[in-house]
Ligand binder design. Structure first.
Ligand SMILES: Cc1cc2nc3c(=O)[nH]c(=O)nc-3n(C[C@H](O)[C@H](O)[C@H](O)COP(=O)(O)OP(=O)(O)OC[C@H]3O[C@@H](n4cnc5c(N)ncnc54)[C@H](O)[C@@H]3O)c2cc1C
Length: 307
């Protein structure tokens, strides 16, 4: 059956009967919810205040056959200017519970990686330092197998709980989590990650905090963190660095409309103010073509493009 593309008022009424109306936004400008600060509107945005609300919302959307997707902090997402004719479920503050038991952390998907690494440090647990400056949520981080400075979430995630498309839960242990570079099994399964189990190592809290400070300083020095972006736009091609290939192709600083290849770090596309999603996509295409012509390497976006 073809998926429905407009949101029925009766469905919205059913949702607002269980979820605070303030957590449901119709015709929501996604530029306000994504770090790129660009792109169109979603027909509806829901920010569940609990896992029960998330399950309820997904159940309602499934039975009404309404297209939907889940997001975290929106730091690796670009919504096209035409928007998304479906429902975006944002796993944020309402789903940010964390429990520490010995060296193991159980966490909900909406906790930020920054907060989680701070919590780990406060419990003298080492292993999450690399993630302290990644601006995403834990759910988005696991989906992307986010990583930095030699660490990746795959190194510490030992279990997940996720809601499958058929409405049933699926728990995975390490053996059922075949992560690879910026790839997780959730990219194919379409499951919604609702819980993550991480195994860390005991460490000296002072040394852990010192390392986090050091990594944040490196990031602030080398990345255009003050400008809207989605981080490194392209995946690292085997044997190369995307930023270096882009710079060698003479594209550092190139702009289309309000989008520019960052003069500070050529791996980043930044929004200099007022960029449309199309500006960003046009610039992406020029970078891909030029880099391919000059080096024979085809750059693939790491950013998830919706629409
Ligand atoms: C300044 C800056 C620096 C960055 N530095 C890094 C870095 O060093 N390393 C790195 O890896 N990334 C980096 N990023 C990119 C980004 O922060 C990561 O990819 C992060 O993991 C995305 O998390 P998010 O919560 O923002 O996910 P979103 O952007 O909201 O979503 C990303 C993808 O995850 C899916 N998703 C989100 N939550 C769930 C869930 N609960 N269940 C299932 N799927 C879900 C979404 O559908 C989407 O496809 C950077 C971004 C910026 C803006």
């Amino acid at each position: 059956m073809a998926e429905q593309t407009s949101i029925d008022q009766r469905l919205i009424d059913r949702l607002t009967a269980e979820i605070a109306p303030a957590h449901i936004i119709e015709n929501c400008p996604m530029k306000e919810y994504t770090s790129f600060r660009a792109g169109g509107n979603a027909a509806l945005l829901i920010q569940p205040g609990s896992l029960a609300e998330l399950f309820f919302a997904v159940g309602q959307l499934r039975s009404a056959n309404v297209p939907h997707l889940v997001m975290g902090n929106g730091t690796n997402l670009l919504f096209c200017d035409s928007g998304y004719e479906g429902v975006v479920i944002r796993a944020g503050e309402g789903l940010s519970g964390v429990r520490v038991e010995g060296n193991v952390i159980f966490a909900e998907p909406g906790v930020s990686l920054a907060q989680l690494s701070k919590t780990a440090a406060e419990h003298s647990l080492s292993g999450l330092e690399f993630a302290c400056g990644i601006p995403g949520s834990l759910g988005g981080g696991v989906y992307m197998n986010a990583g930095a400075y030699g660490g990746e979430l795959k190194d510490i995630v030992i279990g997940t709980s996720a809601l499958q498309k058929n409405g049933r839960m699926k728990d995975r242990g390490r053996a059922q989590l075949p992560f690879s570079y910026r790839h997780s099994p959730f990219m194919e399964s379409g499951e919604i990650i609702v819980g993550v189990k991480l195994l860390l190592q005991p460490g000296d809290p002072k040394a852990i905090k010192e390392r986090m400070k050091e990594l944040m300083a490196q990031r602030n020095q080398k990345q255009p963190v003050q400008q809207p972006s989605a981080g490194s736009f392209f995946k690292r091609p085997a044997g190369h660095f995307a930023g270096q290939l882009i710079e060698e192709a003479g594209l550092k600083g190139l702009s289309v409309g309000g989008a520019r290849v960052s003069p500070m770090h050529a791996g980043f596309i930044v929004n200099e103010g007022g960029a449309s999603a199309q500006d960003i996509l046009d610039l992406m295409a020029i970078v891909q073509e030029t880099v391919f012509d000059k080096s024979g390497v085809r750059l693939q976006p790491e950013v998830q493009i919706i629409g």
